[in-house]
Design a binder for this molecule. Sequence first.
Ligand SMILES: Nc1ncnc2c1ncn2[C@@H]1O[C@H](COP(=O)(O)OP(=O)(O)OP(=O)(O)O)[C@@H](O)[C@H]1O
Length: 231
Amino acid sequence: MLTCDHVAAGYGRTAVVQDVSFTVPTGTTVALVGASGSGKTTLLRTVLGLLPLRAGTLTFEGTPLTRVRTHQRIRRGMAYVPQGQQRFGLLTARENLRLVADRYGAAGARRLDDALALFPALPGLLGRRAGLLSAGQRQQLAIARALISAPTLLVLDDPTAGLAPSLAGETQDALASIMRQGDMSIVMAEQQAGFALAQADSYVALVEGRVLSRGEAGADAARAVRSALSR
Ligand SMILES: Nc1ncnc2c1ncn2[C@@H]1O[C@H](COP(=O)(O)OP(=O)(O)OP(=O)(O)O)[C@@H](O)[C@H]1O
């Protein structure tokens, strides 16, 4: 379980995220929605420890994260898929996946197969350099790589933003399947307040870095939040 309690974060003199509180109960998904620039990425980077916490508390699996660095958070079970994945572009897709799978022996090999089964296009692309994949294919590769580490908390930054509808649909199907399995907690940022908000267990809507509303997710919440955010 992740708890964000009155969290604040920003850059230089700019306060971006202010007084944000929510929890991600184990095995559930929280959709983090808000317009471009509302602070979603800033908040996610703070959860990972890539940006310092300026106020409030972050607690993961019962432990305050104040002195826990990013690599330690990852070792404790967090995985982060940033928006617009560019890393390991010179390695093939297969090498990208094996790099992670090899750390986990037989379990890693099994999880690699499971991850490939979620993304029908990936098996045919394994020999291609990651840098030559399309943005959507690279996004799928990045999610697959994160899944192989069997995280307890998967943090996804707008995983379908800017993707062609067919690839966005495939990625959404895979994410919906992961959510249904309920093996991990998920925080998923989304600008469009669409798929994530409809499918998640709960949501947090941000406006200018502050919580506009939060509650149970679902189709009704998606409609209400879209209407509130467009005002
Ligand atoms: N490195 C940085 N230095 C200074 N300001 C930044 C930096 N990164 C982001 N910002 C500012 O912080 C604010 C929030 O940005 P953030 O990327 O968190 O928003 P977002 O909700 O994730 O947007 P999007 O949906 O477009 O990804 C914006 O005003 C942005 O200009």
